[in-house]
Design a protein around this ligand. Structure first.
Ligand SMILES: C[S@@+](CC[C@H](N)C(=O)[O-])C[C@H]1O[C@@H](n2cnc3c(N)ncnc32)[C@H](O)[C@@H]1O
Length: 208
């Protein structure tokens, strides 16, 4: 979606975001992402420890309390200044940047991140190729990218009536392969309900 749309949407939503998502939508994107990361590290017999991490579309920082204990330096990037202001109040991010996440990743030094996380953020991006390619470049060798997505049973990417994109599993796999990222975990995981029904989703952990 356009940067102006995302910024306007989340700037007006920021003050009531946490309560609305947690209570009305039973949102659990950060928990899905953290569980997948734990599983990926356990399966690879690697420590659940990351020197430098970036939270893509960090919003109000709902993922930060789960990620911070595993990370030496946690950074966040988001388009919405009002969401970033809420995240800053947590005191868990070493740095917060107001930027478009693909551009922020593309501007990062190569190989600087050990972890790139994105809970419920890629559903605002139609084409995953640019972000995954930039993430691959920004990840240190063996670094992990953990994301949640909305999905659908068809092919490719669809724009849902909620104005969020849903990516087919095969689309994510193809984008990861094209970017040179190995799929370590890819599972069905619903991060929220809409009209009391779980929204079909995926959680993925990719390795650089
Ligand atoms: C649904 S919220 C999720 C926030 C947080 N990750 C969480 O789990 O609570 C999506 C966030 O992604 C941000 N966002 C969407 N598209 C973005 C983009 N292209 N670049 C940076 N931030 C973006 C929005 O501003 C919003 O704060």
């Amino acid at each position: 979606m356009s940067a102006a749309y995302v910024r306007a949407l989340f700037d007006q939503y920021a003050g009531r975001f946490d309560a609305a998502l947690r209570t009305r939508l039973a949102y659990r994107g950060p928990e899905c992402l953290a569980a997948a990361l734990e599983a990926a590290c356990a399966a690879g017999s690697r420590p659940l420890r990351f020197a430098r991490a970036l939270d893509l579309g960090c919003g109000t920082g709902l993922a930060a309390p789960l990620l911070a204990p595993w990370v030496d330096r946690l950074e966040g990037v988001d388009l919405s200044p009002a969401m970033l202001a809420q995240a800053a109040r947590l005191g868990l991010y070493a740095e917060l940047r107001e930027a478009e996440m693909g551009a922020d990743l593309a501007a990062a030094e190569a190989g600087v991140y050990d972890l790139i996380a994105g809970a419920d953020a890629l559903c605002y991006v139609a084409e995953l190729g640019q972000i995954l390619g930039a993430a691959r470049r920004a990840l240190a060798p063996g670094g992990l990218m953990a994301v949640t997505l909305e999905t659908h049973d068809g092919a490719g990417v669809i724009l849902r009536d909620t104005l969020r994109f849903a990516h087919a599993r095969a689309h994510l796999e193809a984008a990861a392969q094209a970017a040179g990222l190995a799929v370590v975990v890819l599972e069905a995981a619903s991060t929220r309900t809409e009209k009391s029904a779980p929204v079909p989703g995926l959680v993925a952990v990719l390795e650089g």
